[in-house]
Design a protein around this ligand. Sequence first.
Ligand code: UDX
Length: 452
Amino acid sequence: MNISIIGTGYVGLVSGVCLAYKGHRVICVDKIQSIVDSINKGIAPIYEAHLERMLIDVVNNNNLKATTDLEHAVMNTQISIIAVGTPFIGDSIDLKYVEDAAYDIGTILKNKKDYHVVCVKSTVIPTTTDTLVLKTLQQSSGKTLGDFGLVMNPEFLKEGEAVEDFLNPDRIVIGAMDEKSFEMLKNVYKDYFDAPILKVNPRTAEMIKYTSNSLLATLVSFSNEIAAISEEVGNIDALKVLEGVSLDRRITPNPEGKIIKPDITKYLKPGRGFGGSCFPKDVKSLIAFSEKQGYTPQILKSVIEVNESQTRRMIIALKSEISGIKDKTIAILGLAFKANTDDVRESPSIKLIGELLKEGGKLICYDPIAIENAKKELANNINIKFVDRYEKALERADAAIIMTDWDVILNIAFDEFKKLMKNPTIVDGCRIFDITKAESHGIRYVGIGYRE
Ligand code: UDX
């Protein structure tokens, strides 16, 4: 099929490249000429595993091209996918870019004779597609639903694994306004992807996306609440507690004694809390939307509260280990919000650094790829230094705080901590190190969810 994609951020570009890779003919649209030029040269403007290699292939075989010309893209395709950003501003998400895209597509549809389906892929709060987007399209096109089609088709792409997630989806959710647009969208996926297709209405599709991320975020905060209780009691390891809970056959099936560990158990783990461009924004948006509807979502509000208290709890733990923060040299290992990405948006590490600086700590920060992005987030401060090797961060440090579970960090030998640090103390925000082994090497160890 011929598909246009509006917005070449990480959702738009990954979707475009993967659809082109599967054989569709894709036109990516972006307002920024330099991004368009870069895509057409086969250079991915964002980093995502496998993306550039596949981009080169699809540009070379003419299955994908980029343009700033929206009219050309809409006129020459059957479906337009809206994949523009929905930033969280103030206390709710800003739908301006989605509305603008719908408006612009509508003005083009005014003069298009053939049936055309508009598909919303951006994460939008429930009711956006069947109210705002529909109304905007109708206004600017002068047509009514039926003359054009409208669907909501959420994405479930993890950063760092987005290409794999797109090519091997666990589900394809199609929230269609009518049967004809559902059938058109189904044809985009049916013969190309092996996954169940769930047919719902647009607001249900929108709600599925929010609920998916809210559930995962809830598991993280739930684990951190159990961790906090365990810490207060002492000598309980919440990591083990949650492992014990996860082994419930209803969570971890074990047919014929063969344990199948579902990915969801990764979120049942104590740690420094969730971050990134999705969980915090999506949970907060759902809270704001729900309150606007007159319902106070108590669980979701607590999910955010628990998450926001994690850095404070880590600082309290650190203080008691090294008796105060002022003028102490602290190694921060990991800046990205999770491993295998250079993204520092809403990263717990950045929040923690801000707090430690306020308390007068001297910070030496290491991350294999996120330093440049972290520098943009953190104002210049004489008490913060960035280093490109973890050894330099550990040198003469009073404590090391583990904030991202990078392989290079979890492979650091205890002997190195011991040899390099002034006072070998680890505060493990990712629970990647073994307590007993650390202690047997003479290292003070504090992990989220574990206190002696
Ligand atoms: C998420 C969803 O997983 C994806 O389906 C959705 O479409 C976009 O949002 P992403 O933000 O890339 O993807 O991150 P994910 O890998 O799910 O992790 C989210 C956050 O939870 C990260 O901050 C991660 O570090 C944190 N997390 C994860 C924990 O704190 N503990 C865990 O046990 C697992």
